[in-house]
Each structure stands twice: as structure tokens, then as C-alpha cells.
Design a protein around this ligand. Sequence first.
Ligand SMILES: [Cu+2]
Length: 69
Amino acid sequence: MKNVTLEISGMSCGHCVGRVTKALAALPGVKVGGVQVGRAELEATEEVAEDAFRKAIDAIGFQVTAVRS
Ligand SMILES: [Cu+2]
């Protein structure tokens, strides 16, 4: 597992945090650590592509602006 931090734009409140948490938790190989407005910390297996995070977040109306791992 590797630690990954996502910077996310478009989030504004606890409701957004809940939606991002749910979307990331639904990805195979991903374990969500903590989510706050604008940022998500998670653990992921090496097989999880960066694009999977971008697509999952995009699908719920937010945007990943940076991925750090
Ligand atoms: Cu919100």
C-alpha cells in the first residue's frame, strides 16, 4: 500500500466530504484515511491508477487538482 494525498477543488462543506469519502471508498484497492474540505488522504495498492481517483471525483462533480504519493 502507498499513501496518497489528493487535492480536490469544488468542495465546500461536510456534505461534500461525505460524498468524496463514499466515492473513494467504493474504489477497489483503496482505503480512505481522512477527508476534509479540499483534501483526501488515503492508502491505495500499487495497482490503482492515478486516473481512477480523477474519474471517481469527477463523476461526483469535483475535480482533483493534484495527486501526491
Ligand atoms: Cu458541500
